[in-house]
Design a protein around this ligand. Structure first.
Ligand code: HEM
Length: 162
Protein backbone atom coordinates (compact mmCIF):
# COMPACT_ATOMS: atom_id res chain seq x y z
CA UNK A 1 0.00 0.00 0.00
CA UNK A 2 2.86 2.39 0.87
CA UNK A 3 4.53 1.64 -2.46
CA UNK A 4 1.28 2.47 -4.32
CA UNK A 5 0.91 5.75 -2.39
CA UNK A 6 4.54 6.60 -3.17
CA UNK A 7 4.07 6.03 -6.90
CA UNK A 8 0.83 8.08 -6.84
CA UNK A 9 2.64 10.98 -5.15
CA UNK A 10 5.65 10.96 -7.45
CA UNK A 11 3.80 10.59 -10.75
CA UNK A 12 1.07 12.32 -12.73
CA UNK A 13 -0.49 15.55 -11.50
CA UNK A 14 1.19 15.20 -8.10
CA UNK A 15 4.77 15.71 -9.31
CA UNK A 16 4.63 19.18 -7.70
CA UNK A 17 4.64 17.55 -4.27
CA UNK A 18 8.44 17.04 -4.20
CA UNK A 19 9.41 20.67 -4.97
CA UNK A 20 6.80 21.78 -2.44
CA UNK A 21 8.29 19.62 0.31
CA UNK A 22 11.82 20.72 -0.68
CA UNK A 23 10.77 24.39 -0.41
CA UNK A 24 9.30 23.75 3.06
CA UNK A 25 12.56 22.01 4.05
CA UNK A 26 14.58 24.95 2.77
CA UNK A 27 12.47 27.55 4.63
CA UNK A 28 12.61 25.59 7.88
CA UNK A 29 16.39 25.10 7.39
CA UNK A 30 16.99 28.79 6.85
CA UNK A 31 15.01 29.72 9.98
CA UNK A 32 16.93 27.16 12.06
CA UNK A 33 20.37 27.92 10.59
CA UNK A 34 19.65 31.67 10.71
CA UNK A 35 18.75 31.49 14.41
CA UNK A 36 21.90 29.53 15.29
CA UNK A 37 24.11 31.91 13.25
CA UNK A 38 22.41 34.95 14.86
CA UNK A 39 23.01 33.58 18.35
CA UNK A 40 26.69 32.88 17.71
CA UNK A 41 27.68 35.76 15.43
CA UNK A 42 25.56 38.54 16.98
CA UNK A 43 24.42 37.64 20.49
CA UNK A 44 27.81 36.43 21.76
CA UNK A 45 29.31 39.71 20.54
CA UNK A 46 26.56 41.97 21.90
CA UNK A 47 27.07 40.40 25.34
CA UNK A 48 30.27 42.45 25.80
CA UNK A 49 28.47 45.73 25.03
CA UNK A 50 25.41 45.39 27.28
CA UNK A 51 25.05 45.38 31.08
CA UNK A 52 24.67 41.79 32.37
CA UNK A 53 21.12 42.47 33.63
CA UNK A 54 19.93 43.75 30.22
CA UNK A 55 21.62 40.83 28.47
CA UNK A 56 19.86 38.39 30.79
CA UNK A 57 16.48 39.88 29.85
CA UNK A 58 17.34 39.78 26.13
CA UNK A 59 18.43 36.13 26.40
CA UNK A 60 15.33 35.18 28.39
CA UNK A 61 13.11 36.79 25.71
CA UNK A 62 14.94 35.08 22.85
CA UNK A 63 14.95 31.78 24.74
CA UNK A 64 11.19 31.91 25.35
CA UNK A 65 10.51 32.67 21.68
CA UNK A 66 12.92 29.97 20.49
CA UNK A 67 11.33 27.36 22.76
CA UNK A 68 7.86 28.08 21.39
CA UNK A 69 8.83 28.39 17.70
CA UNK A 70 11.66 25.90 17.21
CA UNK A 71 9.73 22.67 17.89
CA UNK A 72 7.46 23.56 14.92
CA UNK A 73 10.41 24.52 12.74
CA UNK A 74 12.12 21.21 13.56
CA UNK A 75 8.90 19.31 12.92
CA UNK A 76 8.66 20.81 9.41
CA UNK A 77 12.43 20.38 8.81
CA UNK A 78 12.52 16.71 9.80
CA UNK A 79 9.05 15.92 8.41
CA UNK A 80 9.96 17.39 5.02
CA UNK A 81 13.39 15.69 5.09
CA UNK A 82 11.81 12.30 5.77
CA UNK A 83 9.16 13.00 3.11
CA UNK A 84 11.85 13.67 0.48
CA UNK A 85 13.70 10.50 1.43
CA UNK A 86 10.48 8.51 1.21
CA UNK A 87 9.58 9.94 -2.20
CA UNK A 88 12.97 9.86 -3.89
CA UNK A 89 15.98 8.63 -1.95
CA UNK A 90 15.04 5.33 -0.27
CA UNK A 91 17.09 3.31 -2.82
CA UNK A 92 20.16 5.53 -2.25
CA UNK A 93 19.85 5.07 1.52
CA UNK A 94 19.23 1.33 1.28
CA UNK A 95 22.94 0.87 0.44
CA UNK A 96 24.57 4.18 1.43
CA UNK A 97 28.12 3.03 0.72
CA UNK A 98 27.48 2.14 -2.91
CA UNK A 99 27.20 5.78 -4.09
CA UNK A 100 28.80 9.06 -3.06
CA UNK A 101 25.31 10.62 -2.92
CA UNK A 102 24.00 7.90 -0.57
CA UNK A 103 27.05 8.21 1.69
CA UNK A 104 26.79 12.00 1.96
CA UNK A 105 23.00 11.90 2.48
CA UNK A 106 23.38 9.27 5.23
CA UNK A 107 26.06 11.44 6.88
CA UNK A 108 23.79 14.48 6.59
CA UNK A 109 20.95 12.63 8.30
CA UNK A 110 23.32 11.44 11.06
CA UNK A 111 24.43 15.06 11.68
CA UNK A 112 20.74 16.13 11.67
CA UNK A 113 19.94 13.50 14.33
CA UNK A 114 22.79 14.91 16.43
CA UNK A 115 21.23 18.40 16.01
CA UNK A 116 17.92 17.00 17.27
CA UNK A 117 19.67 15.49 20.31
CA UNK A 118 21.28 18.88 21.08
CA UNK A 119 17.85 20.50 20.91
CA UNK A 120 16.21 17.88 23.14
CA UNK A 121 19.13 18.15 25.58
CA UNK A 122 18.75 21.95 25.71
CA UNK A 123 14.98 21.65 26.27
CA UNK A 124 15.62 19.18 29.11
CA UNK A 125 18.21 21.46 30.73
CA UNK A 126 15.84 24.47 30.49
CA UNK A 127 12.85 22.56 31.84
CA UNK A 128 14.80 21.05 34.74
CA UNK A 129 16.31 24.48 35.57
CA UNK A 130 19.85 23.18 35.02
CA UNK A 131 20.76 25.28 31.96
CA UNK A 132 23.86 27.38 32.68
CA UNK A 133 25.66 30.01 30.53
CA UNK A 134 28.49 27.48 30.08
CA UNK A 135 26.15 24.78 28.72
CA UNK A 136 24.40 27.33 26.50
CA UNK A 137 27.72 28.56 25.11
CA UNK A 138 28.78 24.97 24.34
CA UNK A 139 25.44 24.08 22.69
CA UNK A 140 25.53 27.22 20.51
CA UNK A 141 29.10 26.56 19.38
CA UNK A 142 28.46 22.89 18.69
CA UNK A 143 25.24 23.62 16.76
CA UNK A 144 27.11 26.25 14.73
CA UNK A 145 29.65 23.60 13.64
CA UNK A 146 26.82 21.15 12.90
CA UNK A 147 25.12 23.75 10.66
CA UNK A 148 28.30 24.39 8.66
CA UNK A 149 28.81 20.65 8.14
CA UNK A 150 25.14 20.01 7.25
CA UNK A 151 25.07 22.77 4.59
CA UNK A 152 28.35 21.50 3.09
CA UNK A 153 26.92 17.94 3.01
CA UNK A 154 23.53 19.12 1.64
CA UNK A 155 25.20 20.80 -1.32
CA UNK A 156 28.19 18.44 -1.58
CA UNK A 157 25.96 15.42 -2.13
CA UNK A 158 24.94 16.90 -5.49
CA UNK A 159 28.37 18.08 -6.59
CA UNK A 160 30.94 15.68 -5.09
CA UNK A 161 31.39 12.27 -6.69
CA UNK A 162 33.90 9.48 -6.23
C1 HEM B 1 19.03 20.21 11.18
C2 HEM B 1 18.44 19.53 10.23
C3 HEM B 1 18.57 19.80 8.75
C4 HEM B 1 19.05 20.88 8.09
C5 HEM B 1 19.60 22.19 8.66
C6 HEM B 1 18.95 20.61 6.67
C7 HEM B 1 19.32 21.46 5.66
C8 HEM B 1 19.24 21.20 4.32
C9 HEM B 1 19.63 22.09 3.26
C10 HEM B 1 20.18 23.51 3.47
C11 HEM B 1 19.41 21.45 2.08
C12 HEM B 1 19.69 22.01 0.67
C13 HEM B 1 18.37 22.39 0.04
C14 HEM B 1 18.58 23.04 -1.30
O1 HEM B 1 19.63 23.56 -1.58
O2 HEM B 1 17.63 23.08 -2.09
C15 HEM B 1 18.90 20.15 2.37
C16 HEM B 1 18.57 19.18 1.44
C17 HEM B 1 18.09 17.94 1.73
N1 HEM B 1 17.80 17.43 2.99
FE1 HEM B 1 18.05 18.39 4.75
N2 HEM B 1 18.41 19.35 6.52
C18 HEM B 1 18.17 18.82 7.77
C19 HEM B 1 17.65 17.59 8.07
C20 HEM B 1 17.31 16.64 7.16
C21 HEM B 1 16.76 15.32 7.46
C22 HEM B 1 16.48 14.81 8.89
C23 HEM B 1 16.57 14.69 6.28
C24 HEM B 1 16.05 13.30 5.99
C25 HEM B 1 15.65 12.44 6.88
C26 HEM B 1 16.99 15.58 5.22
C27 HEM B 1 16.95 15.30 3.87
C28 HEM B 1 17.34 16.15 2.86
C29 HEM B 1 17.33 15.79 1.45
C30 HEM B 1 16.86 14.45 0.86
C31 HEM B 1 17.79 16.91 0.74
C32 HEM B 1 17.99 17.02 -0.77
C33 HEM B 1 16.77 17.63 -1.41
C34 HEM B 1 16.88 17.75 -2.91
O3 HEM B 1 17.48 18.72 -3.39
O4 HEM B 1 16.36 16.87 -3.60
N3 HEM B 1 17.42 16.75 5.79
N4 HEM B 1 18.79 20.02 3.75
Amino acid sequence: MFAVARVALTQGENTMIYPLILTLHLFAALIFIGTVFFEVLFLENIRKQLPARVMLLVEQGIGRRARSLMPWVLLVLFGAGLGMVWLRYLPALASPLSSSFGTLLALKIAVAVSVLLHFLGAMFLFKSGRMSPRYLHFIHGSLFCHMVVIVLLAKGMFYLTW
